[in-house]
Design a protein around this ligand. Structure first.
Ligand SMILES: *Cc1c(COP(=O)(O)O)cnc(C)c1O
Length: 365
């Protein structure tokens, strides 16, 4: 069987280093807010190219803290609007509504699966305070036009970089393109921990200080509480694991790119649509989405032939029960993508031989 993602095998690539790192923490007697976290924050901010990195409990919290900090600092208030793609993972939207801000959903382009930059400007009101772009599937969603819109209307540009560690726009990494970015280290992400983990990157010192406090009970000084914060910290074992895996991330991403190239060069079934191919620097292939109007049958056929696939995602946010008020809204392109999307296996441990089997099956379908 060809697994969708073989985490056991990925871990085994770096098994010795990872065991060493975890053991070092276990034996140290220091499990939170120690050297591992400080080193990771330093290493990751250098890697992304920002002045600050704050390790937090998970990717959703990273995004929640960015908006919350902008509220604490007086840049945003309840009822302000945030522009966000309609076809994103629910966490992007939850981070907005958790802060009593209003998501303004924008259709993606069917060809790229990314937010349609031409639909943004007409949705801007005097309440609009930010654009949250999502580098979904590992594809860079930033464009010069989005940057210009943010400047023109004085909007914060926030990146959801949960799926795109190591991705570039020109010579800058995603996560450093806007005012702040949220990162997830959920185990299945390109940079994954052995549990939950996340980070915020930014060049803004006030924002960084505020987020660091918010994620630590609202405290900057022990037993003195400036904000009504929460406990949302990255623990030392996760930070130690991430320090190991960060060293191998570019190599891992290159192996994903090799598989992706094979898929792009060899999938020839006219009933299957591949998203527009990007320059290799602008895509780290967290996932390899394909589109088919016969998606469910295609998935079943692949399953029967020993190929695991997943759907990212079966139901768009505006059709979810948690956002009942939006259920009657219509986003035809988003809905079409959610009906047609199928993610093929791709990972740093997948072989070309396996990719060949997947391609042969797809071309016969
Ligand atoms: C995984 C993910 C998140 C949330 O990260 P967690 O660490 O699981 O909380 C946010 N946005 C996107 C696009 C994601 O894929």
């Amino acid at each position: 069987m060809i697994k969708f993602l073989d985490l056991e095998k990925i871990t085994s690539l770096y098994s010795e280093e990872l065991h060493c790192a975890a053991k070092r923490v276990i034996d140290s007697g220091w499990y939170l807010q120690g050297n591992e976290n400080a080193n990771f924050e330093n290493n990751y901010s250098k890697y992304i190219g920002t002045n600050y990195c704050i390790g937090v409990a998970n990717g959703l919290d990273a995004l929640i803290w960015i908006f919350r900090a902008y509220k604490e600092l007086g840049y945003m208030q309840d009822g302000d609007e945030v522009i966000v793609p309609a076809n994103t993972y629910i966490a992007s939207i939850l981070a907005i509504t958790e802060n009593n801000l209003i998501p303004v959903l924008i259709e993606p382009k069917y060809e790229t699966l990314e937010i349609d930059e031409d639909l943004i400007e007409s949705q801007i009101t005097e309440k609009t305070k930010a654009i949250l772009i999502v580098h979904l599937y590992g594809r860079c969603a930033y464009t010069d036009k989005i940057g210009e819109i943010c400047k023109k209307y004085n909007l914060k540009l926030i990146e959801d970089n949960a799926q795109a560690h190591g991705c570039y726009f020109d010579n800058r990494k995603t996560g450093s393109l806007g005012d702040a970015a949220g990162h997830s280290f959920y185990p299945g992400k390109n940079l994954g921990a052995f549990g939950d983990g996340g980070a915020v990157t930014t060049n803004n010192k006030d924002l960084a200080d505020c987020i660091r406090a918010l994620a630590n009970y609202g405290s900057q000084k022990k037993y003195v509480f400036k904000y009504q914060g929460r406990n949302s910290r990255l623990d030392e074992i996760q930070a130690a694991v991430l320090n190991v895996k960060l060293k191998h991330l570019d190599n891992d991403n290159d192996r994903r790119k090799t598989i992706a190239k094979f898929y792009y060069d060899n999938i020839k079934n006219p009933s299957i649509v591949l998203p527009k191919r990007m320059d290799d620097k602008q895509n780290v292939y967290h996932l390899f989405p394909i589109l088919s109007s016969n998606r469910d049958a295609l998935q079943q056929y692949l399953t029967e032939n020993g190929v695991q696939t997943l759907i990212h995602y079966p139901i768009p946010p505006h059709k979810q029960e948690c956002y009942k008020n939006w259920n009657t809204l219509s986003f035809p392109i988003t809905e079409r993508i959610h009906n047609e999307e199928l993610s093929l296996p791709i990972s740093p441990v997948m072989t070309i031989e396996e990719a060949k089997q997947v391609v042969e099956l797809l071309n016969k379908f």
